[in-house]
Design a protein around this ligand. Structure first.
Ligand code: ASP
Ligand code: MG
Length: 408
């Protein structure tokens, strides 16, 4: 007998029929002799509807009341799903986050889980019931309702799985797994059988938005095996797990890309100690996150300094940089919002030489100009003109043998 935590997202419980479909899946898992804890999101669109209601009353509602409001969406789905399970003859009970003692800090709208008392859940499981828990919510030490941030039900599921030492945490969603890249860009993208926590974090933070990033961090920290599967079709999904030394790792697991970046350059800065700090200090103080950074020294002992920021922060960063340029006596500030970042991700590149040069060769063959490069242990990223996004991702997908074999 295994203990399994299953999480169903908003689209999977989007209407009564879908809730009944989820109930059938949960019952099937219980009928196989497993103990099952189910975590659900609000019905799709519901959380947005609640947020909109709040904003009709006030532009900046008290965050305590905001959490009381937005947490109600999940309370609806736990009750409906438990009713559907009972109707199918599968005994089930629903619990809000507070009822299963998901203790969080008091940062309303973005609370962090501190502790879970697993006893009430265990008691139900041992008496043969399915336990249905509201995702996204908890309570602080004073009993105030808190929420965990948008998409937070994934984190609830992983936290429940960690607390219960579950055998697996299954995240049911509207895609059937994690893909080598976005199938809308590369039609031959294939579902991965497995991927490591580390790789998944890189894929997720680079824009493959299958899971809330925090839930993957949490799963990695507590070593909770996570599986992403479709709630609409059967299949093994993708297992997200720790690195298995026994297994030969593919060199590259996937290709991520990010369309949200913009590039800024300050030209002709005197090449002196402290210059990088003078440039990036004010950017950081303005709460603008910097991603890639390149500095290059010219023969005339000035330096050009280039970095990328989120496109939404571009104008703000440019204004700051112009002021810095005046102070430092720099020659010019330039910027470009029509860039994208493409990244190869794979733990296998740690033990393989030549990945970067293969990447650059594949891009060169398509005459794609690389504007910036950055590397980490398991990732190589390039910035290119946005018009090359599709071409670049496809070329790399083929060059690293990620294409799905054509159907026989
Ligand atoms: N209902 C919440 C949201 O829409 C939490 C979740 O779906 O995970 O963000
Ligand atoms: Mg969701």
């Amino acid at each position: 007998m295994a203990l399994i935590v299953q999480k169903y997202g908003g689209t999977s419980v989007g209407d009564v029929e879908r809730i009944q479909n989820v109930a059938r899946r949960v019952k099937a898992t219980a009928d196989e002799g497993n103990q099952v804890v189910v975590v659900v999101s609000a019905m799709s669109g519901e959380t947005n509807r609640l947020i909109d209601l709040a904003h009709q009353i006030s532009e900046s509602p008290e965050l305590r009341e905001y959490d009381v409001l937005v947490s109600t969406g999940e309370q609806v789905t736990i009750a409906l799903l438990s009713m559907a399970l009972n109707k199918l003859g599968c005994p089930a009970r629903s619990y809000t986050g507070a009822q299963v003692h998901i203790l969080t800090d008091s940062s309303h709208t973005k609370a962090r889980i501190l502790d879970i008392d697993d006893q009430p859940v265990r008691t139900d499981l041992e008496s043969g019931r399915v336990v249905v828990v509201a995702g996204f919510q908890g309570k602080d030490e004073n009993g105030n309702i808190t929420t965990l941030g948008r998409g937070g039900s994934d984190t609830t599921a992983v936290a429940m799985a960690a607390a219960l030492k579950a055998d697996e945490c299954q995240i049911y969603t509207d895609v059937d797994g994690v893909y080598t890249t976005d199938p809308r860009v590369v039609s031959t993208a294939k579902r991965l059988e497995r991927i490591t926590f580390e790789e998944m974090l890189e894929m997720a933070s680079l824009g493959s938005k299958v899971l809330q990033i925090r839930s993957v961090e949490f799963a990695g920290k507590y070593n909770v095996p996570l599986r992403v599967l479709s709630s609409f079709e059967d299949g093994p999904g993708t297992l997200i797990t720790y690195e298995d030394d026994q297994m030969e790792q593919p060199v590259i697991s996937g290709i991520a890309f990010n369309r949200d970046e913009a590039k800024l350059t300050i030209l002709g800065v005197p090449d002196q100690p402290g210059v990088a700090y003078k440039i990036l200090g004010p950017i950081g103080e303005a709460n603008v996150e910097v991603d890639m950074i390149i500095q290059n020294v010219a023969a005339d002992s000035t330096t050009d300094f280039t970095f990328t920021v989120h496109r939404n922060d571009f104008e703000k960063a440019k204004t700051i940089l112009q002021n810095v340029a005046n102070e430092l006596g720099a020659r010019e500030v330039t910027g470009d919002t029509s860039i994208v970042k493409i990244s190869l991700v794979g733990v296998g590149m740690r033990s393989h030489a030549g990945v970067a040069s293969n990447m650059f060769q594949a891009l060169a063959r398509e005459s794609i100009n690389i504007q910036m490069i950055s590397t980490s242990e398991i990732k190589i990223s390039v910035v290119v003109d946005e018009k090359y996004l599709e071409l670049g991702v496809r070329a790399l997908h083929t060059a690293f043998n990620l294409d799905q074999a054509p159907a026989a």
